[in-house]
Design a protein around this ligand. Sequence first.
Ligand SMILES: [Zn+2]
Ligand SMILES: [Zn+2]
Length: 762
Amino acid sequence: MNTWHIHIEGRVQGVGFRPYVYRLALERDLTGVVYNALDGVHVKFSGSEDQAEEFYAAIIDKTPSLARITNHKITRETGERYKGFQILQDQSDVSASLMLPPDFAVCENCKNEVLLGKNRRSGYPFITCTQCGPRFSLITELPYERAFTTMEAYQMCHSCKQEYGDPRDRRYHSQTNSCTACGVRVALWNNKGQKIETNSQLAIEKIARLWEEGKIIAIKGVGGYLLTCDATNAKAIRTLRQRKHRPSKPFACMYPNINDVQRDCHIDSAEQQMLTGEVAPILLLPIKKKSVDVALSDIAPGLNQIGVMLPYTPLYLLLMQAFGKPVIATSGNLSNTSIVFEDKKIFMELSDIWDFALTNDREIVTPQDDSVVRFSPFKKQPILIRRSRGIAPNYFWPDTPTEQKTILALGASQKSAFGLLYGGLLYLSQYLGDLTFLDSTENLKRTIQYFINMLNCRPEIILVDKHPNYYSTEYGKYLADVYGGKLVSIQHHFAHFAGVLAEHSLIQKSERVLGIIWDGTGYGNDGNSWGGEFLVYENRKIKRLVHIAYVPLILGDKMATEPRLSALSHSGQNPAILPLLKDKFSTQEWKIYQRLLDNGSPLKTSSMGRLFDAVACLLGIMDTQTYEGEAALQLETMAQTYFDYHEGAAYSGYDTQISYLEGISTMPIIEGVVRDLNNGTSKNEIAFKFHYSLVRMVEEIALTNAMEKIAFSGGVFQNGLLVDLMIIHLEDTFQLYFHQQVSPNDEGIALGKLAYYQNIEE
Ligand SMILES: [Zn+2]
Ligand SMILES: [Zn+2]
């Protein structure tokens, strides 16, 4: 008889791992102990070599579905005798587990309990177990224990306590355990501030009737309030758009069940798994042409896909079952600001939007929006658009960083998020909103402070963007002052590149990688606005190889909201193109902009986002846009429509002129687009040819420079068609790398900054 020691690392705490090991040990009559420590779960037991091998394999084989094992090993130890098998309770000196589990979607067992049968939780909208329910959103301190969550306010009843204490029960040590008798309570309010219902079942039935009547209901969920209305009622949706000041940005829909999603949308098995799994994000899905049930043109104007989610909390499950139709479910906020999570604010600030509000008395500590994911249409490459509820905040870094210093990495501006490296663990915050809005800056400050307090750490190094005017840069400077930390600024696109390299363990290697880093804007090393960047990594160094040729930057940030300015800038005052643009401006505007171009703009841009805008404008998609990326999204939709009908055809694109000194001239593309327009080529085909030209551009540069590996980052790679075309045309010749656990947009840049700082030599 020997003593054995199994050590398991990863997301193994707060997910029912110890009871799982306990049950396996009992089945095998083994004696020993299982316990949590800072570095994961440890199992020590007595047994023969065969028994040890079998037990070890069993543990690794069928782990609880929420567990994510990053490392495991077994070693033989000197003999120790055990009596029975025990779960050792956390000892305070080693218990400070630093893992912050995310909020998990309701599990199948709990779904069945709440919907079916007679048990003390049927119809209880806040049912949870060790395999599901909120975590991060209600944790006030670490370690993750009930006393340090907002569930502390609820005294478990006798039955709940019994489950909590029984290792054989699936609610053993379930920190959020509660039931109808002892748990969370709801209240339904009308817009006059009167409480009209407190019985949860009656409130749910009432809401289903109110949706039917076209009313807008604010509902407190896991990470904050959602605004909801009937997704088949165009009038209700228009009212919501008007009240929310959101004229055309797509809304997400919550469907009652997966069958209804399949009826309306194209969905494959990987997508289905994502939608029904523990993250349960908003998933962007192409809509079936014949489907008419949802008011598509009001939900996602100009697009052929919608954001779909399934009820991920028991409350939504009950509501959707009562209603039986999809509802619009959008973050409770005014456009682009942070999601509202405080009850007070929903009454004070958003009462102009909703007709009724369903509150509950469980406090939210950390607000989060719903995560957003899409898969590229053909190659099914997953693309994370927003990393938030269900995923944030822990990040499992493929190469555990050796750095023991505490490093805080601020993000960029519009899609804000930060990273904190502490004690060898990396936290990547949830999406925090657009920092050009005051309340998003408050959200950023509050969330950073929350992490610093909870981990009781002091940032020693603070990484910021090179952009001098980003709020995140200013705040980073302030924090460096307060904590006496070292401030380091890192170029935006270099950080993007470092991020995708780190995700694939390429950043400590010597091999050369071509980085295709395309987005809307980022402050360049020469003071210009970069964004169409071809970078090269080699042996811990990154350099700029070539870029989209500079064009005048017109009116700074305003250029991003007006595709007509991008078209004008890319026209190069070419007399063949100007007549197409003149009508898009007033006489006065035209004069001003012409003079501006004649005099030469002091600042220039190499942005790929602006090139998409320019082409979209020339095709007549729009002159000004109401949300970021609107024109590019519609351009992608048109190209996609062409591709759907011409898959596998011999494609052509527009020529490009690559100069390693002057940059890549876009004039041949713009001229080609105009020529095709004049020839009567369909706009869908032109949109496609533009996309395809970009693939050819990448191919040519990779071949000329003898690159074998190509990595992609930047917001442009949220474009699923572009990702597909890159894969389809380049995968046979090159090794391609896309982001995995973070978004290609600026949300992913905090990870990139950390990777850059730790690995890249300047
Ligand atoms: Zn559950
Ligand atoms: Zn109870």
